[in-house]
Design a protein around this ligand. Structure first.
Ligand code: GLA
Length: 378
């Protein structure tokens, strides 16, 4: 739980008085990884952890912000160009993008912080963007809907941070609903909630504590590979590329691009299989597909690392129903679909084997599916 009271105290000691509190969550994703920017399906849910901001308009043309976890204070003019440290560009980008969308954002003071573990692949940056997009739209009387605000968060990543991400993380942070996962068609924007209450099973994250950092990472290269293959197939995104088309193109593609696309097409099939399996409460099948996804992410998409591969191998050895790396990759968490009766043993074993193997501890985060961006009661 984020300590809103603490943030209010920091706010009043820096700026005097009180502000209004808003919060937006991080996310998990059951299946559908690296499919969003390929026009495919994703299956995320918002988590209980998030970013909370205490905000108050200040009647000037300046934004004064304090990121309490980073102990970083920064100010920028509400209009005009500005460049600050990367951590500050999320807020700056959201302000600029809201203005472009017609919201008359004026100066404000803010203190923010959160409990989404940084670099764990749980989308702390989307939580931050969505928290401010939602809060500033509310405080400055914008009329943007949640999907538009999600796109503002995504545009911030693209233009101010340099990560060419898809829409999944911001979508989930805006549209999350307690107790439900949501399947989004990233091409049409249509989505459907699936109550998530599997009898006898839990979702458990294992944070490898290898910092996942998409800024400056090969994430954008993966996207570029997909775009090259889509262009070669004459389609807008890989969503519209069939297996036959891909195989026909194979001799003209680099081996790397071919394998990236093979993963994406396979993942589209797996998301569909998971949707069907969920309709029949067939969790062993959901889990089987998760392991297959990890295999593809590790060998074809090449976004895993030894620590994540180890955690998935351990999960398999210990009888976990399904496990895979979650999110962009290059570190962060695995997501495990696990029967409740083996959770204690799994935690005990993996704590030991992981630190024996890598000399550092991993940690375990039970998943509680929470609500999307919101204003908090006073
Ligand atoms: C990151 C991006 C998302 C998505 C995932 C991989 O979290 O922000 O848009 O592409 O990686 O599924």
């Amino acid at each position: 739980m984020i300590d809103t009271k603490h943030l209010q105290n920091v706010f009043s000691s820096r700026f005097g008085g009180n502000g209004i509190a808003f919060s937006a969550p991080g996310r998990i994703n059951l299946i559908g990884e690296h499919t969003d920017y390929n026009g495919g399906f994703v299956f995320p849910g918002a988590v209980a952890q998030g970013i909370t901001a205490v905000i108050r308009p200040n009647g000037t043309n300046t934004v004064n912000a304090y990121a309490s976890d980073l102990q970083l204070a920064f100010s920028f003019p509400v209009e005009g160009e500005w460049q600050g440290p990367v951590a500050s560009m999320y807020l700056y980008g959201v302000v600029r993008e809201l203005q472009t969308a017609g919201v008359q954002v004026a100066g404000f003071d803010t203190v923010y912080g959160g409990d989404v573990p940084l670099g764990a692949g749980m989308s702390s940056s989307a939580a931050l963007e969505c928290c401010f997009a939602f809060a500033l739209n509310d405080l400055f009387h914008g009329h943007l809907d949640r999907m538009t605000m999600a796109r503002i968060g995504q545009a911030t990543e693209h233009k101010y941070v340099g990560v060419k991400c898809g829409i999944m993380d911001q979508f989930a942070s805006m549209h999350g609903r307690k107790g439900s996962l949501v399947r989004l068609d990233c091409r049409s924007g249509e989505y459907q909630y699936f109550p998530w209450n599997p009898d006898g099973y839990s979702l458990l994250l294992v944070n490898s504590c290898v910092k996942h950092e998409l800024v400056g990472s090969p994430y954008n290269d993966r996207r570029a590979s997909c775009e090259r293959v889509a262009a070669a197939a004459g389609v807008a995104t890989l969503r519209d590329c069939s297996w036959q088309q891909l195989e026909a193109l194979r001799p003209t593609l680099s081996d790397e691009d071919y394998r990236r696309a093979r993963y994406v097409l396979g993942e589209a099939d797996r998301v569909k299989a998971v949707g069907d399996a969920l309709e029949h409460n067939n969790y062993p099948e959901v889990g089987r597909q998760m392991y297959l996804t990890h295999n593809g992410l590790s060998h074809d998409y090449e976004v895993s690392c030894p620590e994540l591969d180890f955690l998935v191998d351990e999960a398999r050895r210990l009888g976990v129903t399904g496990a895979r790396l979650m999110g962009g990759g290059f570190g962060g968490c695995t997501i495990n679909l696990i029967t409740n009766n083996i959770v204690p043993l799994f935690i005990q074993e993996v704590s030991r084997t992981y630190s024996d193997r890598f000399g550092v501890a991993c940690n375990f985060i039970p998943v509680v599916i929470g609500d999307g961006a919101r204003r908090l009661a006073l």
